[in-house]
Design a protein around this ligand. Sequence first.
Ligand code: CP3
Length: 350
Amino acid sequence: MPAASTNNPELHGSAFLKTARGEPAAHAPVWFMRQAGRSLPEYLKLREGVTMLDSCMRPELVVEITMQPVRRYGVDAAIFFSDIVLPLKAVGVDLDIVPGVGPVVAHPVETIADVEAIPDLSPDHVPFITEAVQGLVGELGSTPLIGFAGAPFTVASYLVEGGPSKEHAKTKAMMFGAPEVWDALMRKISGLAAAYLEVQVEAGASAVQLFDSWAGAVTREDYRTHVMPWSAHVLERIGATGVPRIHFGVGTGEILDLMGEAGADVVGVDWRVPLEAGIERVGGRVVQGNLDPTLVFAPTEVMLQRAAEILDAGRAAPGHIFNLGHGVIPSTDPDQLARLTHFVQEHSQR
Ligand code: CP3
């Protein structure tokens, strides 16, 4: 399964894909996690009367929502509009995304039987994803599309807790106390995530991001033993497609090197870790990040000063993709992101 970008020289030579491969590019590419969605008035208008999960299953809406930030900001990559729980929904897990809350699972996973009741994912479960990605690749032209999936630990947390959690206590209790259930669950989710990413790449996504948003909740040793092997399994399967793989989590300062070793081409660094330190920890890999998402609420010149510092720090890495250190906060002023995008593209010209 060759990467779709190899058939399109302009796409293949885009600043984003060159940088992700560790090749020199004309400027540092920039995109924003959660650039599509609630911070955009045109998004809120489109979503009126349509639930989050329904919107993810309607290709014409997915195409339009994914394109909105690309048109508005001129970012160097699009992120596919979907959610980390979509593959679970697609195979029949009873869940919903509750506005202002997040994913809520009707019957949380406790036993091996609960794990075995979750089907594996085949492309037939997600024809609407294939259709949306194909439509997007046509519209995007030389702008790369980043496909994504939730990493096994983060998805497991929603399945075991039944909803969003601060402590991930039930999840970690399973990890510590019922290793056979934990391993079965992680095997199941890693298979789902890899199959879901393969569908996106097959349909034309030219990079992927594995979101392990909550991986910062475990110790370094627990990450190495109970989490990393499963993320590595997903990244290894996607490695066979040849597309660049970005691996991101929040609060992961102590495990950044391991997140790279799990098989990432690009390691996402959250805003708590100085980018210089992040670059050292992932030695030799491309980095992505890491402006504090609240800085867009500061005066423009303060935001741009910090962005300049991050761009300067990023020059020490084999490649630097500019991003926020986590997702766009819903109340963000889109005009600030537009200014930030232009500044990054100009300031980093080589
Ligand atoms: O722009 C993009 O980044 C693409 C779309 C995207 C969404 N979710 C859309 C969404 C992506 C990449 C995600 C990933 C995701 N979903 C993660 C990992 C990334 C991260 O932020 O750490 C996680 C942990 C989830 C689970 C989830 N889904 C949460 C925590 C929420 C927010 C709940 C809330 O309302 O505060 C969701 C819902 C969700 N996913 C929305 C969007 C646009 C909001 C729902 C809506 O608009 O009604």
